[in-house]
Design a protein. Structure first.
Length: 423
């Protein structure tokens, strides 16, 4: 088949969102399909070794985001500085709704690639087009190609939800149009895929034929190279190490419970800094600095910024615990971040804050890994006291090994499953 993948996120962009479309390109081309990827230009281009073709298009995102981020409010109250302050505040407000420089809701400068992107691929005939959200412009391209007859089949894929996103409510005046647009374009989709059953149930309410909504979870590519950053696992008498890898979103991925537990131990004269080290790796740190100051944990917590993915995978295997943060909002019960699959594959015990054991993410972690769920400050204090004293933890779930996990959640297996939906 001649296949087009439409995705803003794609390597070498270092994001967990890039891995889903990349695995399709990789494994479908290995199966002998003629694969093309349409993505946005982000600087360095991926080397595809001739296995698949990558078509790059430009958007306003990279240029404007750098300018907006560099805006600083001057000390004087000149008209220019007041305007800049207002503009930056407006940008922050829109971004909190998922709009402007964020990729989830309208209006959105990330989405500006849909016009030029469509023009680059519209004159070819595609057996299958698969577009993945976010941003919504990927689906607009898929919709146009199917409507025009350039695509014989179109799959609309959702890593996260669009109009029903648990984090981003959208701009009030535009919400009604977004809901209409999403329902309208999904009428043309031959298949709609998403990462969990609860998200699939939400999408079924938007279409007449609920049978075309399918679940394709995120997974793990067991071909991924792992670079170990330490010679071995934890050495005797060294600090307990906790690692978080990924982005922090203020109010949604929140380490406050863990930090609060550390503060309580300090009040009890426990010298936590000699016993514990918590590392955050990732570019987006949200309100992490504010929380570090609020709970007075700068002597325990460090943020090391973005780390190459193969090195991150090594780090995940060489610490005592991995910290997993996600929203505890009931609306997020179906959210299963791709990060949890990396964590499970590492076989390192997990500390989970936000999701409950009954959430989709919680059930997955309980089934395939050793995981402890912290839901209160008192539970955080008890957990920290236990690990810092050297006592063993009763996880309630023990690592089950990777045999069944590999069979169900291998990126290769999942890529093959997607194609069977449109046979």
């Amino acid at each position: 088949m001649k296949i087009l993948i439409v995705s803003h996120y794609f390597p070498p962009h270092n994001s967990i969102a890039s891995l889903r479309p990349y695995s399709w390109a990789k494994y479908w081309s290995e199966l002998g399909h003629d694969v093309t990827v349409l993505t946005t230009r982000k600087g360095e281009e991926i080397s595809d070794d001739g296995k698949f073709k990558v078509v790059y298009v430009s958007s306003l995102y990279s240029r404007l985001f750098k300018k907006i981020s560099s805006v600083k409010v001057a000390e004087n109250k000149s008209r220019k500085s007041i305007f800049r302050s207002f503009f930056k505040g407006l940008h922050g407000r829109l971004q909190s709704m998922g709009a402007f420089t964020w990729d989830s809701r309208m209006p959105n400068i990330v989405s500006t690639f849909h016009r030029t992107g469509y023009e680059k691929v519209k004159d070819e005939s595609w057996d299958l087009v698969i577009s993945t959200f976010a941003p919504y412009s990927s689906h607009i391209i898929g919709y146009k190609l199917k409507k025009s007859g350039s695509a014989k089949k179109w799959i609309a894929d959702y890593r996260d939800l669009w109009c029903d996103n648990h984090m981003y409510s959208g701009v009030p005046i535009i919400r009604i149009y977004e809901n209409w647009l999403e329902k309208n374009i999904l009428k043309e989709a031959d298949c709609i895929t998403t990462v969990s059953k609860p998200l699939a149930d939400t999408l079924k309410d938007k279409v007449d034929d609920i049978n075309k909504v399918k679940v394709i979870p995120n997974g793990y590519d067991f071909d991924d190279e792992v670079v170990s950053t330490q010679p071995c696992k934890k050495q005797e008498n060294s600090k307990i190490e906790i690692l978080y890898t990924g982005s922090i979103y203020s109010g949604f991925r929140d380490p406050s419970l863990l930090f609060s537990g550390i503060s309580e131990l300090k009040k009890q004269s426990v010298n936590v800094s000699d016993l514990l080290k918590i590392t955050f790796a990732g570019s987006a740190k949200g309100d992490l600095d504010l929380l570090i100051n609020k709970f007075d944990v700068a002597d325990v917590v460090e943020h090391i910024g973005m780390v190459p993915r193969n090195e991150v995978l090594g780090m995940q295997r060489n610490v005592d615990y991995l910290l997993l943060l996600e929203s505890g909002d009931p609306k997020a019960a179906g959210v299963i971040t791709g990060k949890v699959f990396e964590y499970i594959a590492s076989e390192t015990p997990m500390i989970i804050i936000g999701p409950t054991k009954r959430s989709e993410l919680g059930m997955l972690a309980n089934q395939y890994s050793s995981a402890i769920f912290l839901e209160s400050v008192s539970e955080s204090v008890i957990f920290l006291k236990t690990i810092l004293s050297g006592d063993s933890i009763n996880f309630g779930s023990e690592n089950k090994g990777n045999v069944d996990f590999k069979m169900q959640y291998s990126r290769k297996v999942l890529a093959e499953k997607v194609l069977r939906f449109i046979e």
